[in-house]
Design a protein around this ligand. Structure first.
Ligand SMILES: Nc1ncnc2c1ncn2[C@@H]1O[C@H](COP(=O)(O)OP(=O)(O)OP(=O)(O)O)[C@@H](O)[C@H]1O
Ligand SMILES: [Mg+2]
Length: 385
């Protein structure tokens, strides 16, 4: 008897500790703490579990714990998988969305621990779940604010860049204008001298070959100077009611179209007049046509079309040439951007400036290897009926 009572005492102490421990678990309300059997069915349930998940103990006991998981996690086999990991590794931690009884979701941190007897047999699992929804919301709000800040920083940087670019452009324009003007005269002199030499040199003079080179290169230099002058010229447009079909026809007549390129002009009837400077629009169109022709070294089709909507009058210039790489699309209108060995990269920046000075704009669509289509758009004069 004495022996038994002695052995009773520690077990009573233990059970007291067990009671205390259970009280502790039962009263914890910030954590859902409960036991699962080896299959994953709920065996115990504490106050925290009821508070977080919304089930009362008698409703949930015996049910499989997969009911806490959203449909997609259940379909993916997550509940079973977590138990497998806990069984094989002793413990398993997971974070994710879980379901309350009312179907609402909460962001949970979950720790599942395998519970084994002294012989190592699996008795079940203990599961501790924390509701981190608030923390996650706070984190998300913080992330959102960081993103907004980043966006603002980017916008600020872009604005600054635009400012620098505008300033640089203005300086470049002045420089280019002055320089081109200065270069015109000496180039003219070189050209005249070459012409004079060609006149006086005998026909069989071997140096004639070099004269041809000089004349060709002077031509190139003149082209560059003209482009720079076009770019630098800040002439204010003289806007008059103009028929863009006439502008298109005149430009196409002037274009040096290679034999391998077919030209189609699709001009809309009854095209409304727009208030633009026809000279400047012609210049812009000339640049677009030149680019289109240069994009089709092996030949192809050039299509220029006009059309109109209730608000705009449009000119489209399409080619079946090399096309534009997507990463170049937002650069081609910048001055000095070129992919051509002998290009200056001023054509499209001039086009853009000319169109904008005339109240219009330009967009582009292109498929590398198939061709490009530039679309110039002019708003119809507001006094139009
Ligand atoms: N129709 C087109 N097809 C394919 N690429 C084009 C076309 N038009 C323009 N591009 C691309 O845009 C770049 C810039 O064109 P832009 O007219 O400004 O300069 P450029 O033609 O290279 O030189 P420049 O016109 O000053 O002689 C070209 O180098 C080319 O890469
Ligand atoms: Mg060009």
């Amino acid at each position: 008897m004495a022996k038994r009572s002695r052995s009773d005492r520690p077990s009573k102490a233990l059970s007291d500790r067990g009671v205390r421990f259970r009280l502790l678990v039962d009263s914890a309300i910030d954590y859902a703490i409960f036991m699962l059997d080896t299959e994953g069915r709920v065996v115990t349930w504490n106050a925290g579990a009821e508070r977080i998940k919304g089930y009362r103990a008698e409703e949930i006991r015996g049910r499989h714990y997969s009911c806490f998981y959203p449909e997609e996690a259940r379909r993916a086999g997550t509940p079973a998988h977590l138990l497998e990991v806990a069984a094989s590794q002793g413990r398993c931690e997971d974070e994710g969305w879980r379901l309350r009884k009312d179907g609402s979701r909460f962001w949970a941190n979950v720790v599942i621990t395998a519970v084994r007897d002294g012989a190592g047999r699996l008795l079940g699992f203990s599961k501790v779940t924390r509701d981190l929804t608030e923390r996650r919301r706070a984190q998300e709000a913080l992330d959102e604010r960081a993103r907004a800040l980043e966006e603002k920083t980017r916008a600020l940087e872009a604005a600054q860049e635009a400012l620098v670019r505008r300033e640089r452009l203005a300086i470049l324009g002045q420089l280019a204008g002055g320089l081109s003007h200065e270069l015109r005269n000496p180039l003219g002199v070189v050209k005249n001298s070459a012409y004079f030499l060609r006149m006086v040199l005998p026909d069989d003079e071997p140096a004639r070959k070099h004269l041809a080179i000089i004349e060709r290169e002077v031509g190139t230099a003149n082209r560059i100077v003209t482009a720079l002058l076009d770019f630098a010229r800040v002439s204010v447009p003289t806007r008059v009611p103009s028929d863009l079909n006439t502008v298109v026809r005149a430009r196409l007549d002037r274009a040096a179209v290679p034999d391998a390129v077919t030209v189609a002009a699709t001009l809309a009837e009854d095209l409304p007049l727009v208030a633009v400077d026809p000279e400047q629009i012609g210049l812009a169109l000339g640049n677009l046509i030149l680019n289109a022709l240069q994009a089709m070294p092996g030949g192809g089709a050039l299509t220029v079309e006009t059309s109109w909507t209730a608000r705009d009058v449009l000119i489209g210039v399409a080619d079946t040439g090399v096309g534009i790489a997507p990463e170049h699309l937002d650069k081609i209108f910048e001055p000095l951007f070129t992919t051509k060995a002998r290009g200056i990269g001023l054509g499209l920046s001039v086009v853009k400036r000319l169109l904008e000075a005339n109240g219009g704009g330009i967009t582009v669509e292109s498929t590398p290897g198939q061709g490009s289509r530039f679309l110039a758009r002019f708003p119809r004069a507001s006094e139009d009926p």
